[in-house]
Design a protein around this ligand. Structure first.
Ligand SMILES: Cc1cc2nc3c(=O)[nH]c(=O)nc-3n(C[C@H](O)[C@H](O)[C@H](O)COP(=O)(O)OP(=O)(O)OC[C@H]3O[C@@H](n4cnc5c(N)ncnc54)[C@H](O)[C@@H]3O)c2cc1C
Length: 380
């Protein structure tokens, strides 16, 4: 996969996919495999969307700062990983009989070592990081099918074409096509200008569905060795003191030690400082409080705050509710504009909306509908 500049873009593509997260890439691969000419636009300069794998510390440990895990019932993720030849690793988790976890309720009081109350359902992550899935999918598409740094702002329908209008560093461009798949967060889709306008009910559905987990920020740290395991600890912390409310062990099967955690969103009234250096200091101090002085010796640090990432969370909107899992939205599974405009973000899936698995389902549903429509039209 190469940046868009390597292609002339002289012909009109059969389909334009907006968004190169998992749903957009899955859709792109299906349409390309069906022999259709497809272009993928993204406002970012990378594929992956809400999946972001950082290489942290001197050993470049793959740490997922967005989505990381899939569970037994997320069979589409497991199948895709297998198809792409990617190794899955089982998450190291405590259970009632296993290594202990840490409970931290007050930064000034000693922490408690606790047996984990229940056996967690098994979960897996991708050994080289979740974003490897996106890179591998992108590699199956032609060089030049991608246009990065293209922020789509409006869609215009005429009898002959759809026009996808995007802001780029060199000004506005319009890409003509016959079909569009919007594989981007629904609240961002609600800010696109549609001409002619979509029904109010559709716009309301789009506007009222934040990207799942967009309330979240993640942090990763690496160490020379997983010293907590030597002390019978699982690397799992549950904290109400912060700045991180949940820590998980991200150590590799080769023993490269890492922890990843979910931070309380920064801001007024929250325990997470907004200043980056102060935040990092507080994170390390929390780890020392939980695991002892040895935790001071981090070898690497990375973080990503999704609440401030405008390609996931548009400004002046509330983020997702941490306690609420998205529900299917049948109205958004129906194409608009006589089958020429489809929504494919994970939040439109029937099964596991909001999750990686939902993104695969939604991208597959939209691409299959487009394929049938375009191939039927071609034959008719
Ligand atoms: C912190 C965090 C943790 C998570 N943990 C898990 C987990 O453990 N397991 C799990 O299953 N799921 C998890 N998720 C959810 C998972 O990340 C999503 O289900 C999945 O990545 C969504 O894929 P998508 O393609 O639907 O959307 P996205 O990944 O959001 O992709 C949308 C794409 O649209 C692009 N875009 C946005 N606006 C525009 C525009 N105007 N013009 C052009 N392009 C645009 C974006 O740049 C992006 O590439 C987590 C998410 C977060 C944020």
């Amino acid at each position: 996969m190469a940046p868009s500049s390597s292609r002339a873009f002289s012909s009109i593509p059969d389909a334009v996919i907006v968004g190169t997260g998992l749903s957009g890439l899955v859709a792109g691969r299906i349409l390309h495999n069906a022999g259709l000419d497809v272009e993928l636009l993204d406002t970012r300069t990378r594929v992956g969307g809400r999946c972001l794998t950082a290489s942290v510390g001197p050993n470049n440990v793959a740490c997922d700062l967005g989505a990381a895990w899939h569970w037994e019932e997320h069979r589409r993720v497991a199948q895709l990983a297998e198809h792409l030849g990617l190794e899955r690793i089982r998450q190291y988790e405590p259970g009632p009989e296993g290594p202990e976890a840490i409970r931290e309720t007050d930064a000034q009081e000693p922490v408690e070592r606790v047996p984990w109350p229940e056996t967690p359902p098994p979960s897996w992550r991708i050994a080289e990081g979740i974003q490897t899935i996106h890179r591998r999918l992108a590699d199956t598409l032609p060089d030049g099918a991608f246009r990065f740094d293209h922020r789509v702002v409006s869609l215009r329908r005429t009898d002959a074409h759809l026009g996808v209008v995007a802001e780029t560093p060199s000004g506005r461009v319009t890409v003509l096509t016959s079909t569009v798949i919007l594989a981007l967060p629904l609240r961002i889709a609600s800010r696109i200008v549609y001409a002619p306008p979509l029904a109010d009910s559709v716009m309301d559905h789009l506007a009222s569905r934040p990207a799942w987990m967009s309330h979240s920020a993640k942090v990763a740290v690496t160490y020379n060795r997983p010293f907590w395991r030597e002390r019978g600890l699982a690397g799992r912390v549950k904290s109400t003191a912060g700045p991180v409310h949940d820590w998980h062990d991200n150590t590799t099967p080769d023993g490269d030690a890492a922890l990843v955690g979910f931070m309380h969103p920064p801001g007024p009234g929250s325990p997470t400082p907004t200043d980056a250096e102060e935040r990092r200091d507080r994170v390390v101090r929390q780890l020392v409080h939980c695991f002892g002085e040895e935790a001071d010796g981090i070898t690497g640090y990375a973080e990503h705050d999704w609440t401030r990432d405008r390609a996931t969370t548009p400004p002046s909107g509330s983020e997702s509710d941490p306690d609420e899992e998205p529900q299917p939205v049948p109205a958004l599974q129906k194409p608009q504009w006589d089958g020429r405009l489809h929504f494919a973000a994970t939040e439109t899936a029937d099964e596991h909306p909001g999750f990686l698995d939902g993104a695969i389902e939604a991208g597959t549903r939209a691409a299959t509908a487009v394929e049938h429509r375009l191939i039927r039209r071609g034959m008719g």
